[in-house]
Design a protein. Structure first.
Length: 431
């Protein structure tokens, strides 16, 4: 911890995962922090809430954390929340809803793709030549898409490349950047089972990511202001001098620094010099209260689904939660239409037959992530902003990995390090 009481304050705008990660990192370093959030709660898209219709706490969306997500694990350790996660085996079950075929991908100790060649670990029916696409992904040029690199067809494409791209990049493989997929695979599946073990929140995202962070920040003297939306950045001589909120204005001291941990469109509105990605894809999540004694419940914590509308099915506490990525068209349908389509897949996956659709909640995130195309990668902003005392954070900034929770946390850490580095340069202190 830093002991210099004369250091100026860091103002962080946005208490989503990026803002929280930056605040936690800076607080651990002993820097005074003030955190502002426009909503009445922290977490952004990563949160839980009590749904009265379902009679259960549900997550706003499903997030599969893997043991290779080192930034997330560092964050959890900082806020003393690592024990709120259960670590599962590196086993990824799949079901083809059209054929009824089931299989499991079980990464081995060695590096990809060699463990896929072993019986019971890889994808049934896939021949060795198809796996050569893994080497092409590993050497992908910046302008190439996943479909271009993998050929865009074949059994391996249908059962691995496409579902993996949708899950990790929330972008169809015909548009998705191959080097981004390479990045996420390089930290997980390409490194073997040790880095592919799923980390499952025992109670919920808020209980694991948000509540422990707020407790840590409050204990560190961080000032937190909810329902405080930033309306304008006041500037003078090329530097920010004040933050104008809806009901108040916060003047900035000479040495104060600001981290904007906001979506790209809002950031660009506040600071015209920032050009972030302007194209997005939706994610749709549907939560069902499972009927009693539903067959298949509890057999696996999650299941990958192919050949239907649903992509991933998660089971926890009598609730079936389904995620559909790159769901732009689906998100235009009514909640009732979406629930009917998804329940058909869930009932088949869990052996519920013709069971009547139970109570449900549909959550649409129409701008869940930016469209992670090669062109949009060039629009990711660096954490050091265009103004001397401005820094940026968010999964859309330059983290070199897809826009995930891992990316959001990493961006917050990067922004915090940039703040610390600039302070050290001014004081002549070595890192």
């Amino acid at each position: 911890m830093r002991s210099d009481e004369k250091v100026s304050r860091v103002h962080i705008i946005g208490a989503g995962m990026a803002g929280l990660a930056a605040a936690v990192k800076l607080t651990r370093e002993g820097l005074p922090v003030t955190l502002y959030e426009g909503a009445g709660h922290a977490g952004g898209r990563c949160r839980s809430f009590l749904d009265k219709a379902l009679g259960a706490v549900i997550d706003n969306g499903n997030h599969l954390i893997l043991s290779g997500n080192l930034s997330v694990q560092s964050y959890l350790s900082m806020i003393d929340a690592r024990e709120t996660f259960e670590t599962a085996e590196a086993v990824f079950p799949f079901l083809d809803l059209k054929t009824g075929e089931r299989w499991q991908v079980r990464p081995g100790a060695g590096k990809f793709p060699f463990w896929l060649l072993r019986k019971g670990r890889g994808i049934p029916g896939v021949k060795f030549p198809e796996y050569l696409a893994a080497f092409r992904i590993n050497n992908a040029a910046p302008g190439k898409t996943v479909a271009e690199i993998t050929g865009g067809k074949g059994l391996l494409y249908q059962r691995f490349w496409e579902p993996m791209t949708l899950a990790a990049l929330n972008t169809p493989p015909g548009e998705a950047s191959a080097i981004l997929l390479k990045a996420v695979l390089g930290e997980t599946f390409f490194k073997g089972a040790k880095f592919c073990r799923p980390l499952l929140a025992a109670k919920g995202l808020t209980q694991s990511f948000i509540d422990p962070a707020l407790k840590f920040l409050k204990s560190g003297g961080v000032k937190i202001h909810f329902k405080t939306r930033l309306r304008e950045v006041v500037r003078d001589n090329g530097k920010m001098t004040a933050l104008k909120f809806s009901l108040r204005t916060a003047p900035l001291g000479t040495g104060d620094q600001v981290i904007l941990a906001l979506p790209p469109n809002i950031t660009s509105t506040l600071v015209k010099e920032v050009e972030g990605p302007a194209e997005f894809h939706a994610i749709v999540n549907v939560h069902f209260r499972l009927p009693e004694k539903t067959a298949g419940e509890g057999s696996v914590p999650f299941l990958g689904l192919l050949g239907g509308t649903a992509h991933w099915l998660f089971i926890r506490g009598g609730i079936a939660s389904v995620t559909v990525s790159a769901a732009d068209r689906l998100a235009e349908k009514s909640a009732g239409e979406i629930a009917k389509l998804i329940w058909r897949d869930v009932a088949r996956a869990l052996g519920a037959g013709n069971a009547k659709i139970p109570a449900y909640r549909v959550i649409k995130e129409k701008r869940a992530t930016f469209s992670q195309t090669p062109a949009n990668l060039r629009k990711r902003a660096p954490q050091k902003g265009p103004l001397p005392n401005l820094y940026l954070a968010g999964d859309w900034t330059q983290t070199y990995i897809p826009a995930t929770i891992e990316s959001a946390v990493r961006s917050g850490f990067f922004a915090a390090r940039a703040v610390i580095r600039d302070r050290d340069l001014k004081t002549g202190k070595k890192e």
